[in-house]
Ligand binder design. Structure first.
Ligand SMILES: [Zn+2]
Length: 68
């Protein structure tokens, strides 16, 4: 037998705890290149720029051509 809880946690306590697990709205900033909304520390998905330089060239089709 493993460790067991001593007392039952009530619905109110469970709800209080689970209320802190709510997903927060992701923080979003603007791409310096194309002004599209991008997540911080992520490459811009529309123009392929990150930190002022091009990471992925977005001239080809967006799927199936990212094996460099
Ligand atoms: Zn961009």
């Amino acid at each position: 037998m493993g460790a067991l809880p001593k007392k039952k946690r009530t619905r109110a306590r469970r709800g209080n705890r689970q209320s802190s697990y709510v997903m927060k709205t992701p923080s979003v900033s603007r791409c310096h290149q194309c002004q599209n909304p991008v997540r911080p520390h992520h490459m811009c998905s529309s123009c392929g720029y990150y930190n002022g330089r091009e990471v992925i060239t977005k001239t080809e089709t967006p799927t199936g051509s990212e094996n460099n």
